[in-house]
Design a protein around this ligand. Structure first.
Ligand SMILES: C[S@@+](CC[C@H](N)C(=O)[O-])C[C@H]1O[C@@H](n2cnc3c(N)ncnc32)[C@H](O)[C@@H]1O
Length: 224
């Protein structure tokens, strides 16, 4: 297994943000929203927290598909949230998605336990050097009968597999965007690493499964 090589945590510069927002994540975002709503249900109301929302493409998909949902879109990058606000306004959804500048590493300083109907997160765990406490805080923010839905890239076992996945899924992107995707795969947790973090929280590691050739997904329902 190749070692995890961290990449910068936050996407700060306007160039980073423009490059990220221009990349074609449409299919991945649509699948995230559909998979989340399939387990959480539609029409439940309440607020969903999206941790590391980026340019808010996933919250936009979710509130379009579920007319009762509202989302708090959290990110640590001001530049990313500026792009998110533009995208939300352009979609005419400013009353249902609010942006929040905040750090995923201090969630429990910002919100009360069980404050959200659901907590979701797509491809941010690989940005976090020590993801265990962040995952635990996300779980503690989920209301009773609510849903935690976390998805990220899985680190492949070899460099040749990183190259294969990069060509398969970012081969049509710019060289810079291809480099970003390859670096993200190298910074990601392996399936075994994320399962072991979940086990340390006394939750079932079997709830983390591979959901594509490059993503793991952890779904947890708060039955408490
Ligand atoms: C790869 S992007 C994913 C964005 C979005 N979830 C999506 O799927 O399009 C990762 C995002 O996580 C944000 N991020 C990284 N570390 C963070 C932290 N500690 N707290 C909040 N956001 C963070 C970055 O600024 C970036 O917007």
């Amino acid at each position: 297994m190749i070692p995890r090589i961290l990449e910068p945590e936050v996407m700060e510069t306007t160039e980073d943000v423009a490059q990220y927002d221009a990349m074609d994540h449409g299919e991945v975002n649509a699948r995230f929203a559909a998979d989340f709503l399939a387990v959480h249900g539609i029409g439940r109301g309440g607020e969903i927290l999206d941790v590391g929302t980026g340019s808010a493409r996933i919250p936009i998909e979710i509130v379009r598909a579920d007319s009762l949902s509202r989302v708090m879109a959290l990110d640590l990058s001001e530049a990313m949230l500026e792009q998110a606000s533009l995208n939300i306004a352009k979609a005419g959804l400013s009353r249902r998605i609010r942006c929040h500048l905040g750090d995923a590493k201090t969630l429990l300083d910002q919100f009360g336990e069980r404050a959200f109907e659901a907590v979701i997160s797509n491809t941010i765990i690989h940005h976090i050097p020590d993801p265990g406490p962040v995952l635990e805080a996300m779980a503690r923010l989920v209301a009773p009968r609510g849903t935690l839905f976390v998805r990220d890239l899985a680190r492949p076992s070899s460099r040749s597999e990183i190259e294969r996945l990069t060509m398969a899924y970012a081969g049509h992107e710019s060289p810079a965007a291809r480099g970003l995707f390859a670096a993200s795969l190298g910074a990601a947790l392996s399936l075994e690493e994320i399962q072991s973090l979940v086990k340390r929280m006394y939750l079932s590691p079997m709830d983390v499964v591979m959901t594509s050739d490059r993503h793991w997904t952890w779904v947890w329902r708060n039955v408490g």
